[in-house]
Design a protein around this ligand. Structure first.
Ligand SMILES: [Zn+2]
Length: 118
């Protein structure tokens, strides 16, 4: 293993560990599971928009979401590849507004004040 990471980077990690622990205390449930109607404890703080090393995105809490491991490893990864989540609700309808089937309803949905289309 090559030695990398300045003291600055170590501080960064420590700050993140503290921040994510606090976040999970305040946001203890997996967001995807919650949207699908399941109560599942989240263990991962995920960046909604991949930060790719961008400091601002990384620390922007509006860009954070709590996920359980299986959602993070499953749905989230396909989301990053495709640009949308393949997670579905209990009716099998994709949850993500960016999913192609939801795209066409987006505008109408907004006009109706975000009422869920089933
Ligand atoms: Zn989950």
């Amino acid at each position: 293993m090559t030695k990398r990471g300045s003291s600055n980077e170590r501080g960064y990690n420590y700050k993140w560990q503290k921040a994510r622990r606090l976040w999970l205390l305040n946001n203890p449930l997996c967001r995807y599971c919650d949207e699908a109607g399941y109560v599942v404890r989240a263990t991962v703080v995920d960046h909604i928009e991949p930060h790719r090393g961008n400091d601002e995105l990384f620390w922007d809490q509006t860009n954070w979401q709590s996920l359980c491991k299986s959602c993070h490893d499953g749905a989230k990864q396909s989301e990053e590849k495709k640009g949308y989540s393949t997670a579905v609700d209990e009716n099998g309808w994709p949850i993500d507004d960016n999913h192609p089937v939801n795209e066409r309803d987006k505008k109408a949905k907004k006009n109706r004040g975000g009422v869920k289309k089933l």
